[in-house]
Design a protein around this ligand. Structure first.
Ligand code: KIV
Length: 275
């Protein structure tokens, strides 16, 4: 590939740096979760800026009650499929519970695997001040890190459930300190999950790096949704999410019609049969 072609492809691609530019220009950007090739390709071609291979795969795809059982090997498997499909979007691989909490070295090792084996272009991990050293060590290994503070699903047992964070003055101060610590450690962006809109705004104004909100109000620099919530594929939609389609109902209708046509020998028709 010529240098010119390679550099024009780089300009086209969303990067950690281009997201920083979007914040400076006050141009909001979009992030969606994706876990496989076909949906990643659809979202990439639709112009979604960031594809997050979230550990929410534990809920959405694996059918679990939380994200704690997801393994690093599973995240690598899903990240590889998404990375193959994305030609414009930035692909971020989520670090699963247990893959970075024991030590910063462990974190660097896990992040390297997500990049080398999964094809991620950046990694995401949950936690603020307590994860600052780990973030800084991973960034030191030339891996862009996206932070995640506020409601952090891997801390479900410490938080006593999926609870909105930062409602009290002390809680608010803690989330602000966490976001600042993540920025100070070298993260290129931070997910703000489950915090009051006014706190989402305050943190977005305080930070130089982009904030990406989920249940954090309209003032964040970017917004993220879980694809199953976007597409109406979940049994239940959280109040902060908006289903933009109802693919669950469409899939159910298609399956019923197929079953009915098989039962009544209407499918396969002449046009689907070989002569
Ligand atoms: O795993 C995930 O999908 C996430 C998003 C909700 C930000 O962390």
């Amino acid at each position: 590939m010529s240098t010119v072609k390679a550099s024009s492809q780089r300009e086209h691609r969303v990067t950690a740096k281009s997201l920083a530019r979007r914040k400076r220009r006050a141009e909001p950007f979009s992030m969606l979760t994706a876990y496989d090739f076909p949906f990643a390709q659809i979202f990439d071609q639709a112009g979604i800026d960031v594809l997050l291979v979230g550990d929410s795969v534990g809920n959405t795809v694996q059918g679990g009650n939380d994200t704690l059982a997801v393994t690093l090997d599973e995240m690598i498997y899903h990240t590889r499929m998404v990375a193959r499909a994305a030609s414009r979007a930035l692909v971020v691989g989520d670090m699963p519970f247990g893959s970075y909490q024991v030590s910063p070295e462990d974190g660097v090792r896990s992040a390297l695997r997500l990049m080398k084996e999964g094809g991620a272009q950046a990694v995401k991990l949950e936690g603020g001040r307590s994860m600052a050293e780990t973030i800084s060590r991973i960034v030191g290994a030339e891996i862009p890190v996206m932070g995640h503070v506020g409601l952090t699903p891997q801390a479900i047992h410490r938080m006593g459930g999926h609870r909105i964070q930062g409602r009290s003055d002390a809680g608010r101060a803690r989330v602000i300190e966490d976001a600042l610590a993540v920025q100070e450690a070298g993260a290129f962006a931070v997910v703000l999950e489950g915090v009051p809109e006014s706190l989402g705004r305050e943190i977005t104004e305080k930070l130089a790096i982009p904030t990406i909100g989920i249940g954090a109000g309209v003032h964040c620099d970017g917004q993220v949704l879980v694809m199953h919530d976007l597409l109406g594929l979940s049994d239940w939609t959280p109040s902060f999410a908006k289903p933009f389609a109802n693919l669950g109902a469409a899939a159910s209708q298609a399956a019923r019609q197929f079953a009915d046509e098989v039962t009544h020998r209407k499918f396969p028709g002449e046009e689907h049969s070989f002569r």
